[in-house]
Design a protein around this ligand. Structure first.
Ligand code: URA
Length: 198
């Protein structure tokens, strides 16, 4: 069994926060272990909780379209969430839930070692860049410790606010070019890194 499959099995048994009592299924994440691109969403919703798979509801259908727009299928990337269990009534995740779940995503990133992490929405952005605003930094790549971080709006945002759709589509279309020029992107200085803060 691969290291990632073993980790996902471990995640399935997690009881580290209250969300374990409410879930139907844990949603560890899915995709390929050798993914260049790692997409990080917020939390499972109703559909994801039912199926144990990330981004399988309406936001997921849009994410699939976005991936197709750059010639990718979800099997060729990795998709996971900041938290692995659905919050009741899809409420926003609590700081203690995000903290309890932190180690799982850290280990997924460590195993996969993606070239680029795409944060989808503000919770995913805040995990890496706590003091930034998505409206200011979406679509702007930055390289830290050899990984390119690329903030995007959450696909669900386009479903609520149609004007964001072309912005999200345009940000997605920039990804292949950023990956192609990854080596030329300057590294940010160590003091500006906030990776372990939330
Ligand atoms: N929204 C998310 O952030 N993640 C999912 O898996 C589904 C919807």
């Amino acid at each position: 069994m691969s290291a990632l499959a073993e980790l996902c099995d471990e995640i399935l048994t997690c009881q580290d926060c209250e969300l374990a009592r409410h879930r139907t299924n844990v949603v560890p994440g899915e995709g390929t272990e050798d993914a260049n691109l790692f997409f990080i969403g917020e939390a499972p919703g109703w559909h994801e909780d039912q199926q144990g798979r990330p981004f399988v509801g309406p936001a997921g259908q849009f994410l699939d379209q976005l991936l197709a727009s750059i010639g990718l299928r979800r099997e060729e990337v990795y998709i996971a969430n900041v938290i692995k269990c659905r919050p009741p009534q899809n409420r926003e995740p609590l700081p203690e839930e995000i903290q309890a779940c932190r180690r799982w995503l850290d280990r997924q990133i460590e195993i996969i070692q993606p070239q680029m992490i795409v944060t989808l929405g503000r919770y995913s952005l805040a995990r890496h860049f706590p003091n930034e605003s998505i409206s200011k930094i979406h679509g702007k790549p930055r390289k830290l410790e050899g990984i390119i971080y690329y903030p995007m709006y959450h696909p669900a945002a386009a479903l609520h606010q149609g004007s964001l759709r072309p912005i999200i589509e345009a940000d997605m279309l920039k990804i292949p070019q950023i990956l192609a020029k990854a080596k030329e992107l300057p590294q940010e200085a160590a003091e500006s890194q906030q990776l372990s803060l939330f």
